[in-house]
Design a protein around this ligand. Structure first.
Ligand code: ZN
Length: 133
């Protein structure tokens, strides 16, 4: 099966974008009922994570906390000036594995899937790869 791809457009330098409904749409379109799905973003200044999507303050606080943990630092040498974004990408990680059963994502009640932008705004790619199971 070919790789599935979705794209997202970020609007800010740092942003958490809930992509749960986009992934559910792909599952419906592709009639994926039982599988594991790897969600991967092929970028060095972005990430994929799963966390609470009920209270939007959680996503806001995650960005705030990451910025406190990894501030821009004048001692970074990388000429693009976005080393903080590279560090956040590796810390959060560029992929997640999802379980699909009976056509439904097995997520906790409060969980959503986020694309994490750390150096936007940009148009970004997200690849989905299905394994049977
Ligand atoms: Zn860079």
């Amino acid at each position: 099966m070919k790789n599935l791809e979705i794209s997202v457009r970020s609007r800010k330098r740092c942003e958490m974008i809930d992509i749960t409904s986009k992934i559910n749409s792909v599952l419906r379109e592709q009639q994926i009922a039982d599988a594991t799905i790897t969600v991967f973003t092929p970028h060095t200044t972005a990430a994929i994570t799963i966390n609470e999507n009920a209270d939007p303050d959680v996503a806001r606080d995650m960005l705030y906390g990451l910025a406190k943990l990894i501030p821009a630092d004048p001692q970074f040498k990388h000429a693009e000036g976005n080393s903080d974004a590279h560090l956040k990408s590796s810390l959060v990680g560029v992929s997640e594995t999802l379980i699909v059963e009976g056509g439904q994502l097995l997520l906790g009640t409060w969980q959503g899937i986020y694309f994490c932008e750390f150096d936007g705004p940009r148009t970004r790619r997200i690849l989905l790869k299905r394994s049977e199971g």
